[in-house]
Design a protein around this ligand. Structure first.
Ligand SMILES: [Zn+2]
Length: 353
C-alpha cells in the first residue's frame, strides 16, 4: 500500500472530486455569517468571532447525542427568515465547492425554521434558491433532504409533506429524513404516515438511527425500509443486523468525527467503518456538520486514512460509492461517475491495491 505523508494526503483528499450525502445546513453555519445574522436580526448571541465560534463549534467530546444537539440551537434561531436561509444555503454550497465536493445533499428540518411566519414549504424554497444558484455558479450539484423531527407531532410532519404534495416543491428536494433526540423520542414508527406519504410522492427515504441506543435503534428503523441510514455505526455490535443490512443493501452514511464527538465511539480509531464495509455493508464517508464538528470533507477523508486505516484505494471506492448512493437522477449520477473516474484514472495510488 502506498503511504503518503500528512501534507500529501491532505493535498490529495482536497484535490479529489467528492460526493457528500450526510450534511446538515444548520450545523454548518459560517461563524462570520452567524455574527452578521445575530446583529441584523437582533438575536442575543456572542458578538466576537471567538465567542461565536465557541458556541457554534461543539466540544471535542460530549456525553451523548443530546448534548451535541445543543450546538444547533443558536443556528436555528438565526435562520428564521427567507433571506437568512437563502444566504446560509448559498454559503454552504460555496464551502462545499471550495472543498471540491462536486455533489452534496444538504439536509435540515424545515419545520424548525417557521417561528417568524414562514411555512415549511417556503423554507424549502428559500434554501433551494440559495443552494442552487451557488452550485450553478461553481459547476457543482446540490440536492436537498427535508428532515422531519422526532420531537415534532406526527400530524405536523404529515401536514408538511401533504403541503408539498399538494402545492409542489423544488426539483432539488429529493428525500425526507428523520432526526433529533433518539433517547427522548426513540420510536420512528410514529412518523410512518409522513414517511410513507413522502415516498408516495416520489421522495427517497433516509433515517437517522443509532446515535443513541446502538444497534437496536438501527434495527428498529429498518421497519420503515429506508434506502439509507444516517449513522448507525454500532450496527457492528449485532452480527445479525450486519447481515441484514448487507442483504438489504441499505447504505450507512457514516461520520466518524461527529460520532466521536457524540461518544458513539470512544475515539475515531475505534470507528467501525472499515469493519462494516468488510462485512458487506454499503457505507459512505461524510462530515455531518462542518461547523459543529469543525471539519471539512477533505479532512474527514484524511482522518479516515490516518486513524481508521482506510487505504487510498478504499477511500476512493468510498467516494465513488457516495455517487452510487446519491438520491439524484441517473443522468446526473452518470455524469458525476464519469467525471470522477476520469480524474481518478490519473492517480495511480487510488487504483493500486
Ligand atoms: Zn446527521
Amino acid at each position: 500500500m502506498t503511504r503518503l505523508d500528512a501534507r500529501s494526503l491532505r493535498a490529495l483528499t482536497l484535490a479529489m472530486p467528492k460526493a457528500e450525502l450526510h450534511l446538515h445546513l444548520d450545523g454548518s453555519l459560517r461563524i462570520d455569517t452567524a455574527l452578521d445574522l445575530a446583529r441584523t436580526r437582533g438575536v442575543e448571541a456572542p458578538t466576537t468571532f471567538e465567542g461565536m465560534r465557541s458556541v457554534l463549534v461543539g466540544p471535542d467530546q460530549v456525553a451523548d447525542q443530546a448534548q451535541l444537539l445543543l450546538a444547533f440551537d443558536l443556528p436555528i434561531a438565526l435562520m428564521q427568515d427567507a433571506e437568512a436561509l437563502e444566504r446560509t444555503a448559498a454559503d454552504l454550497a460555496e464551502d462545499k465547492a471550495r472543498d471540491n465536493v462536486r455533489y452534496a445533499e444538504i439536509r435540515w428540518a424545515p419545520l424548525l425554521h417557521t417561528e417568524k411566519g414562514l411555512g415549511g414549504r417556503d423554507v424549502v424554497e428559500a434554501v433551494w434558491r440559495g443552494a442552487e444558484r451557488t452550485a450553478r455558479r461553481y459547476g457543482t450539484e446540490v440536492r436537498l433532504i427535508a428532515t422531519l423531527m422526532r420531537s415534532h407531532a406526527p400530524e405536523a410532519n404529515l401536514a408538511f409533506i401533504e403541503d408539498l404534495a399538494t402545492r409542489g416543491y423544488p426539483d432539488g428536494l429529493v428525500a425526507v429524513d428523520l432526526a433529533g433526540q433518539e433517547a427522548r423520542f426513540p420510536d420512528p414508527e410514529l412518523h410512518r404516515p409522513a414517511i410513507e406519504r413522502a415516498r408516495a410522492i416520489g421522495l427517497h427515504v433516509t433515517l437517522h438511527a443509532g446515535e443513541w441506543g446502538g444497534a437496536a435503534q438501527v434495527k428498529r428503523s429498518l421497519a420503515l425500509d429506508p434506502e439509507r441510514i444516517a449513522h448507525g455505526p454500532r450496527s457492528i455490535d449485532d452480527p445479525s443486523l450486519v447481515a441484514e443490512l448487507a442483504r438489504r443493501g441499505t447504505w450507512l452514511d457514516l461520520c466518524p468525527t461527529s460520532n466521536t464527538q457524540a461518544s458513539v465511539v470512544p475515539t475515531i480509531a475505534d470507528h467501525p467503518l472499515r469493519r462494516l464495509a468488510e462485512a458487506g455493508v454499503r457505507v459512505t464517508l461524510n462530515t455531518d456538520d462542518l461547523t459543529v464538528s469543525d471539519i471539512t470533507l477533505s479532512e474527514e477523508y484524511a482522518r479516515a486514512v490516518e486513524h481508521i486505516g482506510v487505504t487510498l484505494p478504499e477511500l476512493w471506492r468510498l467516494d465513488l460509492a457516495a455517487v452510487e448512493a446519491a438520491f439524484c437522477d441517473d443522468g446526473t449520477k452518470a455524469a458525476l461517475r464519469d467525471a470522477f473516474l476520469a480524474w481518478g484514472a490519473g492517480i495511480p495510488e487510488l487504483v493500486a491495491g
